[in-house]
Ligand binder design. Structure first.
Ligand code: GDP
Length: 639
């Protein structure tokens, strides 16, 4: 046995005390007051493990570490850590639990990397992310509620009734504002309602990676029962992993039948509490107000169960609920704050828009100076209109915010030019699995008639594979709609159509969100494709896409820059990433890539027909005046 201390071990090993402490903690060999008694073998193990951390420049942190923890792990002053936080655009208290990404960024700025002593959950599924987010912070926050359901079942009436009866009238009696969300107080507790009902908006936000809803209220008219959009809404809420409370509404009507609603719900795995399940079903009426207090109580109860928390002093996080260009006021955005506190005067980057916040208004149109977790606020001062679902980030430095906004705009332009292939497709399933992205193939099915929906669903669900779970998220009758695509996008799924059409809006949404739509007329081809994809046997197909024709009109052989072809684009266009085929007297004499594309002296991304340009070829210079160049791209065709 040899006696030592953490400090002296650290000095001997040229290590940080925190590295030694971490290794000791892992071995369960912590001593009292830093005094250690280790046998020779343990000492060797400790030395080796600490040595490894020193070599890899690693420090260990627990999830939820604060700036103070980082300072002590790095053995530096608090001020230094705070300086680095400020540089990263984050202003938080020394005792604020940092998001893992932020902690990593800060530690990296000191040349170290983080070894998570209790590793954060992998960021694969949004659901997991939500769980992490819900638990972050120390202060309880109000729940954010969305109302879903079939058209005409009473969603708007319910929202209006709650708003009318639960929001105290403002003294100035101002105009009722609709900023996309409002907040009520029931039993002294707040609830935030998103007032764009329906799963379209709900899923459109999710498709943009923003899930703000904590609880979904599924409205079902008790005189009508479950309808097709009710089923869609159920599947959308389930895919988002959001708890559902059912409001069986219009119970003031004589033909209302709540029991029938409960019965129908069991077919969708929502079993009401009095049928032995866990789904609350509340009879309500937006006409008489019956049951609405009960509904609000259940929302608060559910929210308590979920232990929703945030950190008002932490990093600002929030999502745009809606945004528009106002003639008098310029770009206006409603942001739902998720964490931290946003203040007038803060510099913010939202999507690709940025600005210094000039003014903020609550949902009743009153000016406010700050907004904390779960609060919807309208903000003014952005330089352009962001999109619903965009995330907000707070910056301390205006220049940095502007430059980042410009970079994002550039990148967006570039990716539009480059074209995109589907993010999830049958062809890339195997690759995604190997990269650890997914072990599940999620599918949305649309077919011409109920019979084929059932047939396709039955066959797909029968496909078995030890490595991949095939899961049908939603199956319905009719053409493929934008909604189906948004659901697929939000849940990283593909859309399969059988004997059905694709609505034009669905095609454009699919392009925008890079969702694969596959259509079939023969059922066994559909099943075979999915089976082969699951086995990883479906190879992506590539196709050549013609870009343009370019003539070589001059040949410069410069000693320094090499050989440059002076060209004229006679058809289409040529871009920097194009592949080229050089033809002389009709014969292809060279094929390859460009080394550079210039207009006058400047490098450019693209030159269109009717303009001159200078070209250099990657590793080839034997061109002649009169050669014809065909420019093309190879694109992946997914469906
Ligand atoms: P939404 O399309 O789901 O937003 O449905 P609305 O809120 O617009 O309601 C559709 C129709 O049902 C309207 O004519 C409402 O007046 C009526 N309605 C909504 N809720 C109730 C209710 O609780 N009782 C009765 N009798 N009618 C209702």
């Amino acid at each position: 046995m040899s006696k030592t201390t953490v400090e002296s071990l650290a000095t001997d090993l040229h290590a940080l005390p925190s590295q030694v402490q971490h290794v000791l903690a892992e071995l369960g060999a912590e001593g009292d007051n830093g005094k250690l008694e280790l046998d020779a073998d343990t000492l060797e193990i400790v030395k080796e493990a600490v040595g490894e951390m020193v070599q890899n420049k690693q420090i260990a942190l627990l999830t939820g570490s604060t700036p103070r923890d980082i300072a002590s792990a790095l053995n530096i002053g608090h001020a230094e850590v705070q300086k680095s936080l400020v540089k990263a655009g984050t202003l938080v208290a020394l005792t604020t639990a940092l998001q893992p990404e932020v902690a990593e960024r800060i530690v990296e700025s000191f040349g170290y990397s983080v070894k998570w002593a209790e590793p954060p959950k992998p960021k694969i599924k949004q659901e997991d992310d939500r769980v992490r987010k819900r638990a972050i912070g120390t202060q309880p926050r109000p729940p954010v509620v969305t109302i879903l359901g079939h058209v005409d079942h009473g969603k708007t009436s319910l929202l209006d009734y709650i708003r009318k009866t639960k929001v105290a009238e403002k003294e100035h009696g101002g105009i009722t504002q609709h900023i996309g969300a409002y907040q009520i107080v029931h039993d002294g507790k707040k609830i935030t309602f998103l007032d764009t009902p329906g799963h379209e908006a709900f899923t459109a936000m999710r498709a943009r990676g923003a899930q703000v809803t904590d609880i979904a209220i599924l409205v079902i008219a008790a005189d009508d029962g479950i309808m097709p959009q009710t089923v869609e809404a159920i599947n959308h809420a389930k895919a988002a992993n959001v708890p559902i409370i059912v409001a069986a509404t219009k119970v003031d009507k004589p033909e209302a039948n709540v029991n029938k609603v409960k019965q129908q719900l069991t077919e969708h795995e929502l079993v009401s509490e009095d049928f032995g399940g866990t789904t609350p079903v509340v009879p309500v009426s937006a006409k008489t107000g019956e049951g609405i207090a009960n509904l609000l109580e259940l929302i608060l109860l559910q929210s308590e169960l979920m232990d929703l928390k945030a950190d008002p002093g932490g990093e600002v996080e929030g999502v745009v609920i809606e945004a528009r260009l106002d003639k008098g006021r310029g770009p206006v955005a409603t942001v739902l704050i998720e964490n931290g506190t946003l203040k007038v005067g803060d510099t913010a980057l939202i999507g690709n828009a940025w600005g210094r916040i000039k003014a903020m208004f609550d949902f009743q149109g009153s000016p406010v100076k700050d907004a904390g977790p779960s609060t919807p606020v309208e903000i003014l001062g952005l330089d352009s209109v962001p999109n619903a679902g965009d995330h907000i980030r707070q910056y301390l430095d205006e220049r940095e915010a502007r430059e980042t906004a410009e970079k994002i705009r550039d990148a967006e332009r570039e990716s539009q030019l480059a074209g995109k292939s589907a993010k999830v497709s049958l062809e890339t399933l195997k690759q995604r699995m190997e990269e650890g992205e997914s072990k599940e193939l999620r599918i949305v099915i649309k077919a011409d008639v109920q019979g084929s929906v059932e047939a396709v669903r039955g066959l797909i669900e029968k496909i078995e594979n030890p490595e991949v779970d095939v899961k049908v998220l939603h199956a319905g009758v009719g053409s493929i709609t934008a909604n189906d695509v948004l659901l697929a996008s939000a849940a990283s799924a593909i859309v399969v159509g059988f004997n059905t059409k694709v609505e034009p809006t669905a095609t454009s949404e699919a392009e925008r969100h890079r969702v694969q739509i596959r259509q079939y007329r023969i059922i066994y081809e559909l099943i075979e494709d999915i089976e082969r994809a699951v086995k990883g046997m479906l190879e992506p197909k590539y196709e050549e896409k013609y870009l343009g024709t370019v003539e070589i009109r001059q040949a410069f052989k410069l000693s320094k820059a090499g050989a440059v072809a002076g060209c004229y684009v006679s058809d289409g266009l040529i871009n920097r990433n194009a592949q080229v085929r050089v033809k002389r007297a009709g014969e292809v004499i060279w094929e390859g890539k460009l080394e550079s594309l210039k207009r006058f002296k400047d490098d450019v991304r693209e030159v269109a027909a009717g303009f001159e340009c200078g070209l250099q070829f990657d590793g080839w210079k034997d061109f002649e005046v009169g050669d014809q160049i065909e420019a093309f791209e190879t694109v992946r065709v997914d469906a």
